[in-house]
Ligand binder design. Sequence first.
Ligand code: PMP
Length: 279
Amino acid sequence: MSSVVWNDGAWRDGAEPLLSVNANGVWLASSVFDGARAFENVAPDLDLHCQRLNRSAAVLGLKPLMSAGEIFDLAWEGIKKYPSGAELYIKPLYWAESGFVAPDPDSTRFALSISEAPLPTAAGFSACLSSYRRPSPEVAPTQAKASCLYPNAGRALQEAQAAGYDNAVMLDPIGFVAEFATANIFMVKDGVVSTPVPNGCFLNGITRQRVIALLRGRDIEVQERQITPEELEQADEIFNTGNYSKVMPVIRYQSRDLQPGPVAALARELYWEFAHKTS
Ligand code: PMP
C-alpha cells in the first residue's frame, strides 16, 4: 500500500526514513499523533482531528508548529494526490527531536502521513476482557493521543489475539469498563444505550462524541455512566466507535456469541449519512 509523507516543506515517499534513533520522540517517546479517514473525497471531522493533534502536543510539552487549519489544508493537499475513491488514513504527528527525557519544545518537528488503508469490511469483531488496564491521568498523558500509550494497547491486543479474539476490552484503574484497546465502547441492554463516562483514563473519541450526538438527535437516550465488567457480560449489543473502522458491532464477547444489533446498525447508518453530508 502506498503512502506519502509531508515534512519540512515537501511531500516524499512514505517509505523514506525521517528519524534518527537519537530523536527524543523515538527513544524517549515524546510524540503525539492523530488519525482520521478520507474516502470518496470526504474526510469526516478532519478539522476536529487536527485540533486534537495540537491539544495533544501541548499536553506533552511539545510546541505545535502549525495551526489546525494549516494541518487541515495540508491533509487535503495530500488526499488529492490519490484517486477520489481511495480509502485513506491520515496521520499527522509531532515529536521532539531533542531533550534528555524532558522534551525540548523548540525541537518539535511535524510530519503528515497519508496512506492507503481499506475500510474494514468484516461484519463485526470479537473481544475479550483484557488483564491490562488503562492508566490514570496521574501516571500517563491519557488526555493526549500520545504514542507512549499505545504499547499498553498493543500488549492488550497481543494478549487478546493469542487467545483467539480480535480486540480487547480494557478497564480503568478502578475496575470500570474504559474502552477497547483502539476504540471507544458502547453497550445496549433492554433498549438503553450506555457508554463509559469520560474520567480521564481513556480517549473521549471524536467518533464517540459524534455518534452520541447523532443517536440523541434521533431521540435515542445515551447514558454516559460507569459500566461494570459484569454488566458488559450481560449486554444485548456491544459496539465500538473510532476513526479507523467507524462503528462496528461485537459478534463475540468472552465466550458468548452476540448478534449485530439494531442500535449499532443505526449508529453506523447515521454516521455514514453524516459523513457524506459534510463533503
Ligand atoms: N481510544 C483509543 C485508545 C484510540 O486509539 C482511538 C482511536 N483514535 C479511540 C479511542 C477513538 O477515538 P476517535 O474516535 O477520536 O478516533
